[in-house]
Design a protein around this ligand. Structure first.
Ligand code: SF4
Length: 70
C-alpha cells in the first residue's frame, strides 16, 4: 500500500518508533524477502531516506501487507 510521504508521517514515525520496513520484518532473509516480494519501496528506511539515484526525498512511502514485526 502506498501513501503520501508527509512531514506529519515522518514526525509520527520517529515519535512512536514506527517499524515497517523489511529490515524489521520476520520474513526478511539477509538480502531478500522470504516471499520473494519485489521491492516496491518497503525496504527503504528511514522513510525519508533520499533516493539513491536522484538523491531527492521520496514523495511516497510503501507499506507491505505481509509485514510481521520480528
Ligand atoms: S513480507 Fe513484506 S515487509 Fe516483510 S520482508 Fe517481505 S516484502 Fe519486506
Amino acid at each position: 500500500m502506498r501513501f503520501p510521504l508527509t512531514d506529519l508521517l515522518i514526525e509520527e514515525a520517529k515519535k512512536f518508533e514506527l517499524r515497517s520496513a523489511c529490515g524489521d520484518c520476520f520474513y526478511w532473509r539477509t538480502s531478500h524477502c522470504a516471499h520473494d516480494w519485489p521491492d516496491e519501496g518497503q525496504r527503504r528506511w528511514p522513510l525519508d531516506a533520499p533516493d539513491p539515484v536522484t538523491g531527492e526525498r521520496p514523495t511516497e512511502v510503501a507499506f507491505c501487507k505481509e509485514f510481521e514485526l520480528r
